[in-house]
Design a protein around this ligand. Structure first.
Ligand code: PMP
Length: 322
């Protein structure tokens, strides 16, 4: 689908996968005016094809678009186009338990211009591909590395938008952490360098002395749809839930006192990713017994159960596409 100033969004079409024709001067290539989303379609237990909260992804996309001066998409129409595309390509939705079709809606600035400005032309496109099970051999708790040299985003910046620049800025830290044997970088607040933000592609949750804690949406972390779903479910189960600032010191003090019960990441790819240990200033701190905690298990089973139509969907999150 294209956008041109004065013409709004127009010409939705499904075309075979292939290279894009772009001017080397396209604004996206130089000034990063881009927004993307990531969501999945699942083969339900009844053989039908389901999507999980797709409207929430498009609404987040529009909030990101606003921040990047990209014209907002018509949510209902764009949603219908997504359903149409998934229906057309339904054979690509894999059938094996745990597998899914990953969907990547993207919008880029296409006007050719070397001056820094807001583009007058955009292309919205969607690519898709089947993905395997994230946990083919069961949960695998990850080791995370607390990053102190680099920051991912700061309040007032573009950290709460899903845009390419955030990921480019995080690559070096991730490379360095991987070289040291860690799976994920845990980002701290750019100002206080103490408060926990999020990891590479997931929001973070900690369970300390019965309190389920996640960072508030204060403008520099991505408002994850899995984060929101987890908060909703925990509140539904009457757990003690807080969206509040949590420092790395508080987490490690709780660990020392035996009160750090669980830590896990939330995101579309893994759904729930248990954290086995946290590395901070040269020391590894094991989270509880280093294994997957009971809340992580329960959330994973409940969320994937809802996504696959195995469990009731009390929040109306699942949409049947076909
Ligand atoms: N934070 C970042 C930086 C991410 O890229 C993602 C993945 N989209 C998340 C958090 C989790 O968001 P969601 O639950 O919507 O996948």
């Amino acid at each position: 689908m294209d956008y041109e100033k004065g013409k709004d969004w127009h010409d939705p079409r499904i075309v075979p996968y292939g290279p894009l024709a772009l001017s080397p001067a396209a604004l996206v290539l130089h000034y990063g005016q881009e927004v993307f989303e990531g969501l999945k379609a699942y083969r339900g237990v009844d053989g039908g094809i389901y999507m999980f909260r797709p409207q929430a992804n498009l609404e987040r996309m529009n909030r990101s678009n606003k921040r990047l001066c990209i014209p907002e998409l018509p949510v209902q129409e764009t949603l219908e186009h997504l359903f149409e595309l998934v229906k057309t390509e339904h054979e690509w939705v894999p059938t094996l338990e745990g597998t899914s079709l990953y969907i990547r809606p993207t919008v880029i600035a296409t006007e050719a211009c070397l001056g820094v400005k807001v583009s007058s032309k955009y292309l919205y496109f969607v690519i898709m591909g089947p993905v395997g099970a994230y946990y083919p051999e069961g949960f695998n708790p990850v080791r995370i590395y607390v990053e102190e040299n680099y920051v991912r985003a700061s309040v007032g910046g573009v950290g709460e938008a899903k845009t390419m620049g955030n990921y480019a800025a995080s690559l070096l830290a991730a490379e360095e952490a991987h070289a040291k044997g860690f799976t994920q970088v845990l980002w701290l607040d750019a100002c206080d360098r103490k408060s926990i933000e999020e990891v590479g592609t997931m929001n973070m949750f900690f369970v300390i002395d019965g309190e389920v804690i996640t960072s508030p949406l204060h403008g520099s972390i991505l408002p994850g749809i899995t984060r929101d779903s987890v908060l909703t479910m925990c509140r539904h189960w009457d757990l003690n839930v807080s969206e509040r600032k949590l420092t790395i010191d508080e987490v490690l003090e709780a660990q020392a006192a035996g009160k750090l019960e669980e830590a896990f990441g939330t995101g579309t790819a893994a759904v729930i990713s248990p954290v086995g240990s946290i590395h901070y200033r040269g020391t590894d701190y094991t989270v509880a017994d280093g294994q997957t905690g009971p809340l992580s298990h329960k959330l994973y089973d409940e969320l994937t159960g809802i996504q696959l139509g195995k469990r009731p969907d009390p929040f109306g999150w699942v949409v049947k596409v076909k």
